[in-house]
Design a protein around this ligand. Structure first.
Ligand SMILES: NC(=O)c1ccc[n+]([C@@H]2O[C@H](COP(=O)([O-])OP(=O)(O)OC[C@H]3O[C@@H](n4cnc5c(N)ncnc54)[C@H](OP(=O)(O)O)[C@@H]3O)[C@@H](O)[C@H]2O)c1
Length: 242
């Protein structure tokens, strides 16, 4: 039950920044052959170079996960994967009355429909081979009420609900499906000041480093998480415990 992922292919969406980048780097360090997905070629090549410099294996494939055609092209380009990390996400916060219909739809297209059709594309192959691991990146906003988070939080609650359903659908055939629900984490999702404003509401009273989220993702992706499926695991400095 070690975390060795040699010989395994791991696809990480949103690997060009923040949590996804940390996950891609950490999965490669565990031996996985990483497919880093995002829209920015420049940042994609940058993460691939970081992995290669550390002796790992990775390639960048550009795709927009909010676009069903983009997902189809991605699936055709990569073939089978053993680990799928649905990390790409759009985070729009603000007063309910200020959210435009297009932004509401974009939230659900990126955070819910994208992961849904990626699982639809990859989970059946994992099930046929009798093993695989899917990790969805939720959020503490999916389980606690926070002002300005109604639509974003709903996308994460939906992702966590799908995680439970997918566990019942695919785990009998060897595919584990889990969610990791981060709290505030230093990424491009917010300025330092915006993120640090959350700290006093967390028992740990600080913001996370993306690598702290990646640790649990790799645990769940590897054999170390062999009896975990259908769960949503908070890595939120204790916020959802209070
Ligand atoms: N940071 C936090 O405090 C926090 C807390 C809880 C949950 N989360 C969740 O963690 C995940 C990662 O967020 P982050 O904070 O690391 O954000 P980030 O630094 O802004 O990175 C977001 C990533 O998602 C990709 N992405 C966004 N829309 C995409 C699309 N339509 N198609 C393909 N890729 C797309 C971006 O890549 P490109 O720009 O290259 O497309 C980028 O790599 C998200 O699901 C977010 O909701 C973050």
């Amino acid at each position: 039950m070690n975390e060795d992922l040699s010989g395994r292919t791991a696809l990480v969406t949103g690997a060009t920044s923040g949590i996804g980048r940390a996950v891609a780097v950490r999965l490669a360090a565990a031996g996985a052959d990483v497919i880093a997905v995002g829209r920015s070629h420049e940042r994609g090549e940058d993460v691939v170079a970081e992995i290669a410099d550390a002796g790992g294996s990775a390639r960048f494939v550009a795709a927009d996960v909010s676009d069903p055609d983009g997902i189809r092209a991605l699936v055709e380009a990569v073939g089978a994967v053993d680990v799928l990390v649905n990390n790409a996400g759009l985070a729009l916060w603000g007063p309910t009355e200020a959210l435009a219909v297009e932004d509401f739809d974009a939230l659900f297209a990126t955070n819910v429909r994208g992961p849904y059709f990626l699982v639809a594309a990859f989970a059946p192959g994992m099930a046929e081979r009798g093993e695989g691991s899917i990790v969805n990146i939720g959020s503490m906003a999916g389980s606690v009420g926070l002002p300005g988070s109604a639509a974003y939080g709903a996308t994460k609650a939906a992702l966590e609900s799908m995680t439970r359903a997918w566990a019942t659908e695919y785990s009998p055939r060897g595919v584990r499906v889990n969610s990791v629900a981060p709290g505030p984490t230093y990424t491009a999702a917010g300025t330092r000041e915006e993120l640090e404003a959350w700290a006093p509401s967390l028992p740990l009273n600080r913001v996370a480093d993306p690598r702290e989220i990646a640790e649990l993702v790799v645990f769940l992706a590897s054999a170390r998480g062999s009896f975990a499926t259908g769960g949503t695991f908070p890595v939120d400095g204790g916020r959802t415990a209070v």
